[in-house]
Design a binder for this molecule. Structure first.
Ligand code: HEM
Length: 210
């Protein structure tokens, strides 16, 4: 019998898709079993929001990981991870819109006016939408240099999500602070002098045969 074997690259890709989809399957499983606690809508909102943030940070970590280790294949994960972050953010928003407010735009309008954390979340989501819709190779070609400029906005989205998270949880801001520190560290690792320093270290290690 022939063994099914995937090339190494495809195996990693599969792993990325599985890692991104398992939280969704887990959420659906918990919902079907009535395992979402006393306030299931809030639980879905919190879990989809958290998964969106985790996947966004994972996508942002690809370039720094390449900077530090020189591992090039990791760069291929950036796009799928970013798109999954968008998918969870869209589910998060739809939960708010549909389950929380029954798509009652008037009611949302009345309520949102007093909730600054929703406005900040909406700004982050708007950036994620723009990035997701321009994530194709064709958009990259069409936009040329502007593509890179637009996709740098992912860090602004990261900052807005941290503010949104901190304002949503109100009292205990340890979680948002930890995530904020992680996103700031990932941004610092992208600064040209930092990248150059790591590149020099890699060359030095290679020359020393390590
Ligand atoms: C229009 C856009 C958005 C709306 C209406 C919205 C709505 C909400 C609401 C109502 C909560 C509070 C849930 C609760 O504890 O009662 C929340 C929390 C949260 N949202 Fe959003 N959000 C939006 C955008 C985003 C985006 C784009 C992200 C991430 C990429 C995100 C990530 C989070 C996180 C991490 C939390 C905290 C979850 C926790 O308490 O553990 N949100 N959001």
């Amino acid at each position: 019998m022939r063994r099914l074997s995937l090339p190494k690259f495809a195996r990693y890709q599969l792993l990325v898709h599985l890692a991104a989809l398992i939280p969704l399957a887990w959420l659906i499983f918990d919902a079907a079993r009535g395992n979402l606690g006393a306030n299931p809508i809030q639980a879905v909102e919190q879990r989809t929001g958290k998964y969106a943030l985790i996947l966004m940070a994972a996508s942002l970590a690809c370039t720094p990981l390449n900077t530090v280790t020189g591992w090039r294949s990791v760069l291929r994960w950036r796009r799928p991870l970013g798109l999954y972050a968008f998918v969870y953010a869209a589910l998060h928003f739809l939960t708010f819109l549909g389950l929380d407010y029954g798509f009652d735009v008037g009611l949302i309008w009345l309520d949102v006016a007093g909730k600054r954390f929703i406005l900040v979340g909406a700004a982050a989501l708007a950036i994620l939408v723009a990035l997701a819709f321009t994530s194709t190779g064709a958009a990259m070609k069409r936009m040329g240099r502007r593509w890179k400029q637009l996709h740098r906005w992912v860090y602004a989205a990261g900052g807005l999500v941290i503010i949104h998270y901190a304002w949503a949880v109100k009292a205990d801001i340890r979680g948002p602070l930890a995530w904020g520190a992680l996103i700031a560290a990932l941004l610092a690792l992208r600064l040209p002098p930092v990248r150059r320093w790591f590149a020099r270290q890699r060359v030095r290690r290679r020359l020393q045969g390590r």
